[in-house]
Structures are given as structure tokens and as C-alpha cells.
Design a protein around this ligand. Structure first.
Ligand code: ZN
Ligand code: MN
Length: 264
């Protein structure tokens, strides 16, 4: 039997939630993920589980709440996530993605939330999250709700230069090529080693893409795409590196959110 997690909105009774919203105006975290292939060695939930668990730990630090994730993300792109033609990768259209973000924000605003953090784990989501935020703010403004503040965070942007040197001793490839690479593999080894198979690491990496995209997406059409679905090497990934990065993200984001919302 598991115990109730005090930061998870979906585990609360509605009256308890309502009272908390009215009295404390907690920051609401909304993780936004993807169900996406992550090479031969990682599970398909990386882009959801990592931002969600970071959100939960940040929420514990600042007495915030975490909403259930928007699990599905925008279509995987070859040079960032392998592409949407991979089996398993399951994505939303731009319209569905934008509408989901807009609707969830306006619903939380209706409950009294005025401080929301969108924690993104899948870079293809970025512009659609931004559009959803923009549409929600316009709609709320028309309803005379003018005191909303929303942050959009790509958690990996909190990697420091020192950590980068430790994690990638041979040089940092790039965030797009990090799909199923050193960062995600190390964090999954730290948080969910039971879901990682280091004996089946991709050998057809790093990807060497030309500087353009080709559609329709298919294995035949996309020059330089590794069939494994990973885009760079995770050979040097370790749970220790994962803990270093994970802790840095939780503390850096806690500090940023505290500062932005004047919580200190
Ligand atoms: Zn990922
Ligand atoms: Mn992704």
C-alpha cells in the first residue's frame, strides 16, 4: 500500500483542494511530456517522468501542488527526437496540444490559481505550450482576470557549465542530439534504474544530420537518422551523474520559482 503524496492534486479531496487554493494560493506545476521512443535502452516515458518528478520535488520545497501531467506531446521531430514514424511514439496535433494547454490553465485559474509553472520535458512542445499560454492569458484577461503569472521551463536549461564538464567529459553534443543520450539516461539510472537496459545501448550514434528537415518522415527519407532511435552516446551515463543533474535542476528551479513568485 502506498501513502498519499501531499503535492499531487489528483490525490486530494475537492474540499481540501479548494481550501488550500483559497488560503495559500499555491504555485501549480503542470508537467508536459511525450510518449516517445527513447532508443533501445530507455523507456518511452522519459519526457513525462523526468519533468514530473522534478516538479514534485520543487513543489515539496515551496509548498506547491503538481497537476497530473499532459502526458502526450507534439509530434517527434527527426533531429530532436528521432521522428514521429517510430513505433511507440504517440503524439498530438498542434491544435490538440495548444487547446489542452489553454484549457488546463483556464481551469486552474477558475479554481483560483494565479501562479502556474509549465514544466516541459519534450522540446517539440515549446511553441505549442507558448501558444496555449498566450490564448489562456487572453481569454482570462477578457474575463478580467489580470493577475496571472505563468512560467514555462525546459528543466535541462538549468544545467550549469561545471556540471556540463563533468557529465560530458568528451564535449557536450547539443540539446537536440541529447535525445536518449547522457542526460536522460543518467537521470533515469538515478531515478528508475529498473527501466534502463545499459546492455542494449545504441551503437549507431552520434547522429550526423544535414542542416535541414525532410518530410514525410520515414527511415528511408531522413539522412543520418540512427535506426536505434537514440541520437548520441549514453555510454558514459551513470546514476551519480544523474543525481548531480537532477539535484541541480530541483534546486535551480526552486530558486527561480521562489524569486519569480516572491515566495521567500
Ligand atoms: Zn526525451
Ligand atoms: Mn522528446
Amino acid at each position: 500500500m502506498s501513502v498519499k503524496d501531499p503535492v499531487k492534486i489528483e490525490q486530494m479531496k475537492w474540499k481540501e483542494y479548494d481550501a488550500r487554493m483559497r488560503e495559500l494560493q499555491p504555485v501549480i506545476f503542470l508537467p508536459v511530456g511525450a510518449l516517445e521512443q527513447h532508443g533501445p535502452h530507455l523507456p518511452m516515458n522519459c519526457d513525462e517522468v523526468i519533468p514530473r518528478e522534478i516538479s514534485e520535488d520543487v513543489a515539496r520545497n515551496i509548498n506547491g501542488l503538481v497537476a497530473p501531467s499532459l502526458f502526450y506531446g507534439y509530434k517527434s521531430q527527426p533531429r530532436v527526437g528521432g521522428g514521429n514514424h517510430f513505433p511507440g511514439t504517440t503524439s498530438l496535433s498542434a491544435e490538440a496540444m495548444i487547446a489542452s494547454v489553454r484549457d488546463v490553465i483556464t481551469e486552474f485559474a477558475r479554481h483560483g490559481a494565479r501562479r502556474i509553472v509549465l514544466m516541459d520535458g519534450h522540446s517539440e512542445n515549446t511553441m505549442f505550450i507558448i501558444e496555449g499560454i498566450d490564448l489562456a492569458l487572453k481569454e482570462l484577461f477578457r474575463d478580467r482576470i489580470t493577475d496571472m503569472k505563468i512560467l514555462r521551463i525546459g528543466y535541462y536549461e538549468f544545467t550549469s557549465a561545471e556540471t556540463e564538464k563533468i557529465v560530458w567529459p568528451d564535449g557536450f553534443p547539443s540539446w537536440p542530439l541529447e535525445h536518449a543520450g547522457m542526460m536522460e539516461t543518467s537521470i533515469m539510472l538515478y531515478r528508475h534504474p529498473e527501466l534502463v537496459d545499459m546492455s542494449s545501448l545504441a551503437t549507431d550514434v552520434p547522429a550526423e544530420f544535414p542542416p535541414y528537415d525532410v518530410y514525410p518522415m520515414s527511415f528511408e527519407n531522413i539522412p543520418g537518422l540512427p535506426r536505434s532511435g537514440a541520437l548520441s552516446s549514453a555510454k558514459l551515463a551513470t546514476a551519480e551523474k544523474g543525481k548531480l543533474m537532477y539535484d541541480e535542476y530541483v534546486s535551480g528551479i526552486s530558486e527561480a520559482v521562489t524569486g519569480e513568485f516572491g515566495l521567500a
